[in-house]
Design a protein around this ligand. Structure first.
Ligand code: ZN
Length: 477
């Protein structure tokens, strides 16, 4: 008898608890669409009333809504029908896109996470960048593979995160190649990052052995070798490399056409990273460091880089002080200069010409359908996250049509990474960014973010703006 009572009481209590939990869940679900909560228990998410950008052919889809389940786009249709389908599920949230433009999450495939990891990762994500690749496996002495795994498992918040190996430089021994590549592959590095001018035997072995185990090789061009050698890599990580491969006197249209044809035929991918080169031209200018507050988004430059680049230890400031620019001009251009001012003017003018050359090449490459991906190479005073938008703007400034910039920053980059999040179509991962303006008209629209949908969570503009305030590394005077 006692036993039965006990059992009854146990049943009664647990039933009450169950009822109570059920009520709480119900309340929670009802509250979800109201607060736009960031919880993964929602079965379906409907994003209504949007211009869905087809990044593959640069157009707007006829339908104006998407339905997402478990992070995958399961339906694209008219808003009313999507709303009805969503409502048939147990739990759902509805997001009104308010006539904005929906694009896939952006890719920054050349980052350097050397400082405050979590702060930096959030800045990327809230800039609509949902996939990043760190481009030196030893950056900041961090374990970049673990960072990627923590994000993938949900233990850490941030964009999808990949990393190259530590930089393989000229001192790397040929006898170490096989072990290094095997180990890198096992560790989970995305690819092997290589410096310029690797001794030819070591280089050959790296390319051949990496190909045999399926580890991509990418990096700087082999500036001391024929172009054909560099084109054996999967990717050249700066368009700047062509400045070193092609001397100014060789930059005739016939020669360049041949270069473009060779690049195209090789299938090599190019990640231009124009902006970082443009930044460095600024660093040469003598007054540049006098007005730091005018540098775009300087509040978001990681402390570690900010301190290095604004201090007297900054290699560029040191170079100027030591008048190394004289040597630079003499060695690279055979020019003897008489004063420090003259040296600065000369170097700024020559590097600016190089930037123009890089822009022309970029335009020609995109016209020839050479596969381009996007990366900012953010370090120094180029901020994380925001730096990618500045890079995209510079492409537009070079004459590239915004639709092709967007395609490179999403579809091409996703294909390159073998990921399924580079376009808005059924079956693709729902890494989505909502913009106020049309990015097909002007790529600066990628800076008009009004919402981000990522891994089941929707971040609205209020959240993004207030969160970004907390992620600043410093305030300006
Ligand atoms: Zn880099």
């Amino acid at each position: 008898m006692y036993r039965t009572d006990y059992q009854f009481e146990w049943y009664y209590r647990t039933t009450n608890v169950r009822v109570c939990i059920f009520q709480l869940i119900k309340l929670f679900i009802i509250a979800l669409p109201i607060v736009g909560c960031k919880v993964n228990t929602i079965e379906n998410t409907a994003i209504l009333n949007v211009n869905i950008v087809d990044v593959v052919d640069g157009s707007i889809l006829p339908s104006d809504a998407v339905l997402i389940q478990d992070g995958i786009i399961i339906k694209i249709d008219e808003s009313e029908r999507i709303r009805e389908t969503a409502a048939s599920s147990k739990s759902y949230q509805v997001i009104d896109g308010d006539g904005g433009y929906l694009i896939p999450g952006l890719f920054d495939l050349h980052i350097h996470n050397r400082g405050a990891t979590d702060q930096v990762l959030q800045v990327y994500l809230l800039n609509g960048i949902t996939t990043v690749r760190n481009m030196n496996g030893s950056d900041g002495g961090k374990d970049h593979i673990s960072i990627g795994k923590q994000i993938a498992s949900g233990a850490r918040s941030g964009p999808r995160y990949y990393s190259s190996t530590p930089f393989v430089t000229g001192s790397f021994r040929e006898s170490d190649v096989e072990d290094f590549i095997k180990e890198s592959k096992e560790t989970g590095y995305h690819g092997l990052k290589i410096h310029d001018n690797i001794p030819v035997d070591t280089y050959n072995k790296i390319i051949e052995y990496s190909n045999s185990v399926g580890l991509p090789v990418y990096g700087h061009a082999q500036r001391d070798k024929d172009l054909a050698q560099s084109l054996r890599m999967l990717e050249i990580v700066h368009i700047e490399e062509f400045v070193y491969l092609i001397e100014q006197s060789e930059r005739t249209s016939d020669y360049l056409n041949q270069v473009i044809a060779d690049v195209k035929q090789s299938g090599v991918w190019i990640c231009p990273t124009l902006m970082i080169y443009a930044c460095h031209i600024d660093y040469y200018k003598k007054t540049f460091f006098d007005s730091l507050s005018s540098i775009p988004f300087i509040e978001f430059v990681d402390n570690q880089q900010y301190e290095l680049y604004t201090s007297e230890r900054n290699p560029y400031r040191q170079n100027l002080r030591r008048q190394a620019l004289y040597d630079y001009a003499r060695t690279n251009y055979g020019v003897e200069l008489e004063s420090e001012d003259q040296a600065v003017d000369f170097v700024v003018s020559e590097t600016s010409k190089n930037l123009e050359f890089m822009k022309e090449l970029l335009l020609q490459m995109i016209q020839e359908d050479i596969p381009l991906i996007t990366g900012s190479d953010s370090f120094g005073l180029l901020p994380h996250g925001f730096g990618l938008h500045l890079e995209l703007e510079l492409w537009q400034n070079a004459g590239v049509h915004p639709s092709l910039i967007l395609k490179s920053a999403t579809y091409n980059s996703a294909n390159y990474m073998k990921l399924d999040n580079g376009e808005i179509s059924v079956g693709k991962m729902a890494d989505l960014v909502l913009l106020k303006e049309n990015p097909l008209d002007d790529i600066k629209a990628t800076q008009s973010i009004s919402g981000i949908y990522f891994k089941g969570q929707f971040y609205d503009s209020t959240y993004i703006e207030s969160k970004l305030q907390t992620l600043k590394f410093r305030t300006l005077d």
